[in-house]
Design a binder for this molecule. Structure first.
Ligand code: NI
Ligand code: MN
Length: 234
């Protein structure tokens, strides 16, 4: 495993990931807790979650944004339209941004990057336009560069993410059906130039059948596919 220089990454099942930097910034990505069958039972989130990052509006990525933000006094970062939607849902502090932009979150520079996926949010009033789906590159001062792909297919411009930000660790969806599967994720890792893959978005529901075991033999030599279970940290 590569040296994360004090940064701790904890998988909470599905696409939910907690990133804690050596300097003490806590960032929660795509909180899906109440309805998440793979959320580690009894896992206690840190009291202070500085920022919540939302990649897109689907309920398996935002259903717990508002309650977690309220309880943990978090600022929510999302694409402009989704940030506005979450603001209307009661999130007090939001940062709306868009593709290609970077915001500084304490010691973490968060860049919003492209994802190939759909996005919308649904509530009792209907379906809402909440911008496009995105991913995040987190450039941590004195730490590693992480990439959370959100929900996506593989796309050729992942090579631009490599050229611009040189991510070292990629959290990639691999479950298939709604996102890429192992074959595509192996090419994604190649285009990104990452040495470590943290597989996410698999095994949560029956449709997300693909596994890290299928991915491991497909990646380039020297690339590690981490086998982790929800609640585990690296
Ligand atoms: Ni989605
Ligand atoms: Mn999803």
């Amino acid at each position: 495993m590569m040296n994360l220089k004090g940064t701790r990454i904890t998988w909470l099942g599905h696409a939910t990931v907690l990133v804690q930097t050596a300097k003490g910034t806590n960032i929660l990505i795509d909180p899906f807790i109440t309805g998440n069958p793979k959320y580690p039972k009894g896992f206690a989130l840190p009291e202070k979650i500085d920022y919540i990052l939302a990649t897109h509006g689907h309920s398996d990525h935002i259903s717990d944004v508002a309650p977690v933000a309220a309880k943990h006094h978090s600022t929510v970062v999302a694409i402009f339209e989704l940030a506005n939607y979450l603001g209307e849902k009661g999130v007090a502090q939001t940062i709306g941004m868009s593709l290609g932009g970077t915001v500084q979150l304490n010691d973490v520079a968060a860049t919003m990057v492209e994802a190939k996926h759909s996005s919308s949010a649904q509530d009792e009033l209907g379906v809402h336009y909440v911008g496009v789906a995105a991913g995040f590159v987190l450039t941590i001062a004195d730490g590693p560069v992480l990439y959370h792909a959100g929900d996506t297919a593989v796309f050729g411009d992942m090579a631009l993410i490599r050229d611009l930000y040189q991510p070292e660790v990629a959290m990639l969806p691999i479950g298939g059906h709604y996102t890429m599967g192992p074959k595509e994720a192996a090419l994604a890792a190649h285009l990104l130039g990452v040495k470590t893959i943290l597989p996410i978005h698999f095994g949560t529901i029956p449709q997300l059948k693909r596994t890290p075991e299928e991915l491991a033999p497909l990646v380039d030599a020297g690339v590690q596919v981490v086998r982790w279970t929800p609640g585990e940290s690296i």
